[in-house]
Design a protein around this ligand. Structure first.
Ligand code: NAD
Length: 508
């Protein structure tokens, strides 16, 4: 068995990392319990923000916006550049906090910090490229152009499983766009949030920008609700479950605010007869079992051709049986804990429902280390063969369960891929170019992410990230995602000395 740290060890590592990063521990102490899923025990007590505190924070962010929007975008980029440098400097410390709070293995925790660093690079470049187009006017002596302006206060509501990266995706771009940011991190991961924010605060001091550009709100969902309802918040960028999206979207819409929603996924991979099976196996196992199945892009459905299904599923089961499960702090461990007892209960309920609905558990699903770690929830990743895409397969269960379905024709496989309410990520493993092209074409995958010969998870920040249908339609990080944080104005400029009206209309 891999060694487990004691809760005292975790607490001491966390306090050291917070101290080095510059979080004032005495200032944030309180009664709200922060647990580590590694042992399931309390590692810290934090103070939360009251409704009055949050009201004041939104007010300060709204006031700071009036100054920040006047700072030229390339100058705003300097703040994000310095933040990125500090993230590089404290990569290890932040990874320690992410592992302690979320249970990610070291390389995945470091990867999450790297993702923040990458997006700060992207945003700094973007600060000189907030392009507006110039269009030909139909009238002589006229110029028609678009201009992009800062939007206002952006509320970022984030999920537990990417406790810092999602904040950076939003904040790096929002800051260069000229917005101010109020962040309500998951109630499960406040320490990673405080540390990430402390580094941004240090960058702000060093670069000499106005105070109050960014704030962290420590609260449960009631604090999120307050941000969602407040008309001073121009954009609510919310990452989390479909349930959360359903609750907040109508509230923001009722006040004609903007939302950027990054909600749950139910991601599939098709494995065709021509696929390189060694490569597909590695892609499938990382996507399905990595992060203990707790990524929005986790592979949850495998759609495999009948001619190779038995053999390929057998290979997955063999690989699963040798996956090292244990403390994410231990060398060599690849599968850490589930976040909570509730996540374990949901995993057990989904497995029971799958069996009820005709499924056959091929391997895994059981709890491990229950005697050594009675308050923590480690599970064996499960593979379950299903007769069809039943109710339980249609839902996202945030745990490592891979449902296997089979197909005869590519049309059938694509139909299965698309026949769920969510539309985040998808993949095909094939060496047949026509199949690959079909999958990424208009009549292929209906997801925001459609990959070829690579799994569903582990996106790079250069491409826009997000999904369709119940996943919410938002896009973050690369390509044109910056536009979500700005407002567009169209300018018609007349230098003709005449006043010709558009569409040939005649008036005075
Ligand atoms: P969650 O929905 O329980 O909570 C997410 C955040 O929303 C938390 O900060 C929570 O406090 C807040 N919240 C919840 N209900 C709210 C409400 N009614 N009003 C305002 N705020 C509210 O999700 P979770 O368990 O933290 O994370 C797992 C979920 O997040 C999964 O469904 C996963 O797929 C999804 N996720 C999606 C993406 C993506 O980019 N699409 C990324 C990461 C996670």
């Amino acid at each position: 068995m891999s060694p487990f740290p004691t809760t005292a060890d975790i607490r001491s590592d966390v306090q050291q990392a917070l101290g080095v990063i510059g979080v004032d521990l005495d200032a944030v102490k309180g009664d709200a319990e922060v647990r580590s899923p590694i042992t399931g025990e309390v590692i810290f007590g934090l103070a939360g923000h009251s409704a009055g505190d949050i009201d004041g924070i939104i007010g300060r962010a709204a006031a700071a916006f009036l100054t920040w929007r006047e700072v030229p975008a390339p100058v705003r980029g300097r703040l994000v550049k310095r933040w990125g440098q500090l993230l590089v400097e404290h990569k290890e410390d932040l990874a320690t906090l992410i592992t302690a709070e979320v249970g990610k293995i070291r390389s995945e925790a470091l990867g999450e910090v790297q993702e923040m660093i990458d997006v700060t690079d992207l945003a700094v470049g973007q600060s000189r490229q907030l392009f507006g187009k110039t269009m030909p006017s139909e009238r002589p002596g006229h110029r028609l152009a678009e201009t992009w302006h800062p939007l206002g206060v952006v509320a970022v509501i984030s999920a537990f499983n990417f406790p810092t990266a999602v904040y950076a995706w939003n904040t790096a771009l929002a800051l260069v766009a000229g917005d101010t940011v109020v962040w309500k991190p998951s109630e499960v991961t406040p320490l990673s949030a405080l540390a990430t924010d402390a580094l941004l605060a240090r960058a702000a001091r060093e670069v000499g920008v106005p105070a109050d550009l960014h704030h962290v709100v420590l609260s449960d969902r009631s604090g999120g609700r307050q941000l969602v309802e407040d008309p001073r918040v121009a954009l609510v960028s919310a990452t989390g479950s479909v349930r959360m999206g359903r609750e907040i979207a109508p509230v923001v819409a009722a006040r004609f605010g903007r939302t950027l929603l990054e909600l749950g996924g139910n991601n599939a991979a098709i494995v065709t007869p021509s696929a390189d099976q060694d490569l597909a196996l590695r892609g499938v196992v990382f996507a399905a079992a990595g992060t203990a199945g707790q990524r929005c892009t986790t592979l949850r459905r495998l759609i495999v051709h009948t001619s190779i299904a038995d053999h390929f599923v057998g290979r997955i089961a063999d690989a699963y049986r040798t996956l090292p499960i244990g403390s994410p702090t231990a060398d060599g461990v690849l599968v850490g804990p589930l976040i909570s007892r509730a996540a374990f209960d949901a995993q057990q309920a989904a497995l029971a429902a799958a069996v009820d609905q005709g499924g056959e558990i091929v391997c895994g699903g059981g709890r491990v280390f229950a005697d050594d770690q009675p308050s923590a929830y480690y599970v064996e990743p499960a593979v379950v063969r299903m007769p069809s895409q039943t109710d339980v397969v249609q839902q996202e269960t945030f745990a490592p369960i891979l449902y296997v379905l089979t197909y005869h024709t590519l049309d059938e496989a694509i139909a299965l891929n698309n026949a769920v309410p969510q539309g985040l990520s998808s993949a095909i493993f094939t060496n047949d170019q026509a199949e690959a092209e079909r999958f990424v074409s208009v009549s292929g995958s209906d997801c925001g992410i459609a990959n070829v010969n690579i799994g569903t998870s582990g996106a790079e920040i250069g491409g826009a990230f997000g999904g369709e249908k119940e996943t919410g339609g938002g896009r973050e990080s690369g390509t044109d995602s910056w536009m979500a944080y700005m407002r567009q104005a169209t300018n018609t400029i007349n230098f003709s000395g005449q006043l010709p009206l558009a569409q040939g209309v005649e008036f005075i």
